[in-house]
Design a binder for this molecule. Structure first.
Ligand code: HEC
Ligand code: HEC
Ligand code: HEC
Ligand code: HEC
Length: 398
């Protein structure tokens, strides 16, 4: 199948680019910890690619342009704020999906709880990986952002600080790290030179880094890599470097769990940079040291921020009970109904969230079809409502 081959090639390229940026040490990223419910300790976040292919999502959906084109691209979408977002999207779009399946003569494939979890983690992980930069775009940025007012690269210019030695570092995160470490000097020079220190958006660090690596006089040597980041080390860095002190203990900076960090590793690096001037001022005011990074520290820190940024959404068993009524579940899930659906009080308990999600998905066609025959469709469910339903179906006294 052509689509599958293309998708496979895409994944290989994606991973290779990850390998190019990073010396991918499997044990470092794919942390092998059993008995842990922290998702970033999942053994291999790429397992879910098999689910994406085997369950046929790939026939209609692409990820970053690779795959089918009759449904939204799942790489570009932000539905990872909580564990409940993906199932909520799938549920809410089920009418359109099932319709398309009918047209394509395609049967919905059943999920196990593990399938669902793998798929969720895979889609979430892809969002984190950085894209490869573009040298030409980077060259333009270097001028547009005014880096060339203070720096030179590839050639010696009087009074300019050379950046060539960065050329041996393959990862854009390294560039972000070096800039962060020198933020204080850059801010100072900005005051005396009338040149603005730039702010970053999107994947601009990747483009700049590609340019610097390409034109640096040192770029022919062996490259120095970073690893994609180990969230466990990152957690330690977060407390050791004073981030926890300002952001959690003293509330000098915003609670980072409330900041949307559902962004790629490079975008998060950009966000940190964009706030470096304010953080530096705050550091001075509070008489603590400005955190500096070496080795793989920034990548570790960012992976901690990213993988730990799932927001806690509201939900309760009581609300769940109400949702069963309000969203019409009770119309079918009540004793003696004509649909052969089990009574709501007998649904569950489920062994995990993903067990619940997979059951919902597996029964979608049946539910949808029954309603369709009556000219109705399923009510939409917010992530928080799905959470409430889960808590309700899992509560002992009902
Ligand atoms: C037969 C084609 C088809 C298959 C197979 C399919 N989908 Fe869809 N999907 C669609 C269509 C069409 C939509 C848009 C429906 C709408 O918005 O009305 C959609 C929407 C979605 C959305 C909401 C996206 C958004 O941006 O709002 C998610 C999430 C989703 N699908 C996940 C999946 C997953 C996961 C699988 C594999 C288990 C899958 N889909 C399989 C056709 C398909
Ligand atoms: C206002 C002047 C100014 C601007 C604009 C500026 N920098 Fe700097 N930059 C500095 C100064 C000053 C230093 C500190 C040099 C030192 O400590 O030796 C520095 C240091 C750096 C370093 C660390 C260099 C090293 O040797 O480790 C990097 C990387 C860097 N800048 C990249 C950039 C990039 C990329 C841009 C554009 C997006 C930029 N800078 C814009 C003034 C500036
Ligand atoms: C001295 C206190 C202080 C320390 C230490 C500190 N921060 Fe901050 N941080 C702040 C303040 C204050 C802001 C808000 C700045 C602003 O409004 O622009 C901020 C903003 C941020 C933001 C942007 C949040 C947003 O709203 O978009 C991020 C991300 C961030 N910090 C991460 C970190 C990390 C990671 C560390 C540890 C390496 C750290 N900070 C250390 C005070 C601190
Ligand atoms: C049009 C009728 C209908 C509606 C409305 C409906 N369901 Fe269902 N549901 C069914 C049928 C039929 C089954 C499959 C038979 C069974 O297992 O009970 C099913 C199965 C399920 C299952 C799997 C049960 C199991 O453990 O095997 C869950 C969970 C579920 N529904 C939840 C819901 C929720 C939550 C709602 C409301 C948001 C809802 N259903 C609305 C008809 C419906």
């Amino acid at each position: 199948m052509k689509i599958r081959i293309l998708f496979f090639i895409f994944l290989v390229t994606l991973l290779t680019s990850a390998f190019i940026f990073y010396g991918f040490t499997a044990n470092n990223y794919f942390i092998q910890q059993e008995n842990s419910n922290k998702e970033y300790q999942h053994k291999n976040p790429l397992d879910g690619r098999i689910v994406f292919e085997q369950k046929g999502c790939i026939n209609c959906h692409a990820i970053y342009g690779n795959g089918g084109n009759t449904a939204p691209d799942l790489g570009k979408h932000n539905f990872f704020e909580s564990n409940y977002d993906l199932i909520s999207e799938m549920w809410n779009h089920s009418a359109g999906m099932l319709n398309e399946m009918e047209v394509k003569n395609f049967n919905l494939q059943k999920f196990t709880a593990k399938d669902f979890r793998d798929l969720r983690i895979f889609l979430h992980y892809l969002r984190y990986l950085e894209v490869s930069g573009n040298v030409n775009a980077g060259e333009k940025l270097f001028a547009k952002m005014g880096c060339d007012n203070c720096h030179s690269i590839g050639k010696v210019s009087p009074n300019k600080i050379r950046l060539d030695k960065l050329g041996v570092h393959a990862s854009p995160v390294y560039l972000a790290q070096e800039m962060w470490n020198h933020a204080v000097e850059m801010q100072k020079m900005q005051k005396t030179s009338n040149v603005r220190v730039p702010v970053f958006k999107d994947d601009e660090f990747a483009d700049l880094s590609s340019y610097i690596t390409a034109v640096s006089v040192y770029n022919k040597r062996q490259k120095i890599y970073m690893t994609p980041g180990n969230p466990i080390s990152g957690e330690k860095i977060f407390s050791d470097k004073g981030c926890f002190y300002c952001h959690n203990e003293k509330h000098i900076g915003p609670d980072l769990m409330k900041v949307n960090l559902n962004k790629s590793v490079i975008e998060i690096a950009g966000l940190m940079w964009n706030h470096s001037a304010e953080m530096e001022q705050s550091v001075q005011k509070n008489e603590i040291a400005m955190p500096a990074f070496e080795g793989n520290e920034m990548a570790d820190l960012i992976s901690f921020l990213y993988f730990n940024n799932k927001s806690e959404i509201d939900g309760s068993a009581e609300t769940g009970k109400q949702v069963v009524q309000d969203k019409g579940c009770i119309n079918c899930h009540s004793t003696g109904n004509s649909y052969n659906a089990i009574d709501a009080s007998a649904i569950g308990p489920f062994s995990s969230e993903d067990d619940f999600f997979s059951e919902l998905w597996n029964h979608l066609p049946l539910m949808e079809k029954n309603l369709y025959l009556k000219g109705k469709s399923l009510s939409k469910l917010l992530p928080s409502e799905i959470k409430s339903l889960y808590l309700y179906f899992n509560s002992k006294k009902r």
